[in-house]
Design a protein around this ligand. Structure first.
Ligand SMILES: *Cc1c(COP(=O)(O)O)cnc(C)c1O
Length: 393
């Protein structure tokens, strides 16, 4: 597979490097100097600004999206033996949190065109034990939320959205984060808004918001920053054996400025996304992502599917060939039903979810950061063309 000619780029283009600017750096430094490092005024400011950006009633900042999904399943009362319907084409965390609640992840196959859960296949999987549907807005493309909410209403189910990719997404004019019962966002390094590690949950429900906030910090009756603030020591007691899921002000310092540039960065990624789509849509070796009406795609990932029948190499070799051209890529995702734990625990086999497997075997995510230059994007296009040309069947 090694090529003797020189690579498209001299230096390696890292996949998913965050666009951190001076404002974030200055804010983190100011936070360090302030002496208030953990959950405090900046976390609360970030929550307030995020709440306003989404247009929801409650936003709770956490140390990850995974923590948010965990609290969401707690809030709606998922427990032992319950079933939660989700997609197998997602990050491990989505299904893991279901297992952490001693519940069963019930996978429903995806649509090949959107790569999101297929609403038409959901009802066949509903049983008396089903508690919730957990859709994932893969790559930043919102799921068909009208159909999903309709099914949930008719069967009395909750909808918890994994919006790790979808901060800017809208479905038919409605912002993701205001549609399902509870929504979890991620601010992990590679995500559209980045705090290093971090997440946020949103909901319209006052009781769930209060319960999630309580459980996010040990289940004690007062926030730490209120306990130790100028008012002096405040008595508190444990109401529930909660978790350690709170966000630090150091993280929120990044989040405040990342959120202020979220739309600006979206415009940049949108431009690169369309540039890729124009460059690749005529190539018979590739399947390019769907352009869809009625949604706002958050442009978190730009993914191509390779057509192995048109190439002499498979997806992993394609990824390797791009690496030799100094282009970093990601895989989002290999289908969870074929991962060791899920295969062994639930007896899934190849063939169970044909569309998930189709995508899982073919998908490649190309660099799509607001940090990319025009030159970087041209290099990616050149590298994908070069590899496709070289290994065309
Ligand atoms: C990143 C990611 C998560 C987890 O986010 P964390 O903030 O790292 O916990 C969950 N689901 C999907 C689809 C993701 O990509």
């Amino acid at each position: 597979m090694t090529s003797s000619d020189s690579p498209v780029r001299d230096s390696f283009l890292v996949f998913g490097s965050p666009a951190i600017e001076e404002a974030e750096i200055q804010e983190v430094v100011a936070t360090l100097r302030s002496g208030w490092l953990s959950t405090g005024p900046k976390t609360h400011l970030f929550e307030e600004e995020f709440r306003r950006y989404i247009g929801c009633h409650h936003a709770l900042a956490l140390n990850s999206c995974t923590a948010g999904l965990h609290l969401a399943l707690d809030a709606i009362g998922v427990g032992e033996g319950d079933e939660v319907i989700t997609t197998p084409v997602t990050f491990a965390a989505t299904a893991n949190v279901i297992v952490h609640h001693r519940a069963h992840p019930v996978f429903v196959d995806i649509r090949r065109d959107t790569m999101n859960i297929d609403p038409e296949q959901i009802e066949a999987k509903i049983t008396p034990r089903t508690r919730a549907i957990l859709p994932v807005h893969l790559a930043g493309r919102p799921c068909q939320m009208d159909a999903i909410m309709d099914i949930a209403r008719r069967h009395n189910l909750f909808v918890v959205e994994d919006a790790a990719h979808a901060v800017e997404a809208e479905y038919q004019g409605q912002k993701v984060g205001t549609i399902g019962h509870i929504t979890a966002f991620s601010f992990y390094v590679t995500k559209n808004v980045c705090t290093g590690e971090g997440g946020m949950v949103t909901t319209e429900n006052d009781d769930w918001a209060e319960e999630m906030r309580l459980r996010s910090l040990h289940g004690i009756s007062k926030d730490a920053w209120k306990r130790y603030s100028a008012e002096g020591y405040q008595p508190y007691e444990t109401i529930y054996p909660g978790y350690k899921f709170n966000m630090m002000d150091i993280q929120a310092s990044l989040g405040i400025h990342q959120l202020a540039r979220v739309e600006e960065n979206h415009r940049v990624r949108e431009r690169w996304w369309h540039r890729y789509n124009e460059a690749f849509s005529e190539m018979p070796e590739l399947i390019t992502p769907l352009e869809e009406e009625g949604i706002r795609h958050s442009r978190h990932l730009y993914t191509i599917l390779i057509r192995p029948e048109r190439l002499q190499i498979d997806r992993d070799q394609f990824v390797e060939a791009l690496k030799e051209e100094n282009i970093g890529t990601g895989i989002h995702f290999t289908t969870l039903h074929l991962h060791a734990y899920y295969r062994q625990t639930f007896g899934f086999r190849r063939g169970d979810f044909p569309n998930a497997e189709f995508v899982s075997d073919r998908t490649i995510s190309l660099p799509l950061s607001a940090k990319l230059t025009e030159r970087d994007v041209d290099d990616v296009v050149a590298a994908v063309r070069k590899v496709s040309d070289r290994y065309r069947r």
